[in-house]
Design a protein around this ligand. Structure first.
Ligand code: LER
Ligand code: MN
Length: 282
């Protein structure tokens, strides 16, 4: 399995990122800790030197599996579901800037928080949901048309306390299948995050094995969003099904920096690799 640590390239209110300061030193630490990659959470291309960062990562043989866009929602209140056209346009404009970053790193780009929420949602209103999904779809199609055909997006279901739109892997897959034609579909995958799945999925094994060919990226955090092993989520269950399905993507640790970023990252990697070793003998 390939493992990455999530790092923010600049200060953010997004709390569940272990590394938020000093990108260069974070990259060196990731290498020392024997990670295979670093997932970057980015607000704008202006917050990092893309060329220099890529050079450093290449020299250390580290991959950027994905670019996170959640800060556009958390820090700037932008989203694809917003009823206000101006906010949606701003969200797409800033997302396109992140697509440039993703292309430079040959990374996928995540649509998690940026999908947004339905405000004043009358729970169960299908019309309201249909309208919101239409707005999100428009923003994603606009983004897919931008840049080269190589950029791929990942839609991430979040639990109900974060969003009232996509909560399960099934929600995301139905949305993709209903709204995108084949060529677009090949560029839209699913991101499975254990912290969200722990609340929303009826069965982790079922959710992953039913949809393994659509899951292109995985986030790991325990039930309390600390490092795997610090809560009560069953990581053996998910690692076992990922191995069985020959998952080839990355697992990124997106978790609280508890007790501190380094110890969280070390504990996460050690715990996950130990399970893998137990299951495979490797
Ligand atoms: C937020 O809880 C999360 O999991 C992020 O990956 C969303 O962008
Ligand atoms: Mn996540």
């Amino acid at each position: 399995m390939k493992y990455a640590i999530v790092a923010s390239v600049s200060q953010t209110n997004f709390g569940e990122i272990a590394f938020k300061e000093g990108l260069e030193s974070t990259i060196h630490k990731a290498k020392e800790m024997r990670f295979d990659g670093v997932e970057l959470s980015v607000k704008s291309s202006g917050t990092l030197d893309v060329g220099k960062t890529k050079e450093l990562l290449d020299s250390l043989d580290l991959v950027v599996p994905a670019i996170g866009s959640g800060q556009l929602y958390i820090d700037e209140g932008l989203s694809f579901a917003d009823e206000d056209t101006k906010i949606r346009s701003k969200a797409v404009e800033k997302f396109k800037d992140l697509i440039d970053v993703a292309e430079a790193f040959d990374a996928r780009i995540i649509i998690g928080f940026i999908a947004g929420n339905m405000k004043n949602y009358n729970s169960g209103s299908l019309d309201q949901k249909k309208e919101a999904l239409k707005r999100i779809c428009g923003c994603i199609q606009d983004s897919l048309e931008y840049g080269s055909r190589s950029v791929k997006v990942l839609i991430e279901p979040l639990h109900r306390f974060n969003t009232n739109i996509f909560n399960t892997i099934h929600d995301v897959i139905s949305f993709i299948d209903l709204n995108f034609h084949d060529e677009e579909k090949a560029r839209v995958g699913v991101l499975a995050d254990t912290w969200h799945m722990n609340i929303e999925e009826a069965s982790i094994t079922q959710a992953v094995s039913d949809n393994y060919d659509r899951i292109k990226h995985v986030h790991f955090a325990d039930s309390n969003r600390r490092a795997p092993g610090m809560g009560h989520f069953d990581f053996q269950e998910i690692i076992s099904v990922l191995l069985k399905k020959r998952y080839e993507g990355f697992i990124s640790f997106e978790m609280l920096p508890f007790p501190d970023p380094i110890r969280a990252a070390q504990a996460a990697l050690k715990y996950s690799k130990a399970i893998e070793h137990r299951l495979t003998g490797r």
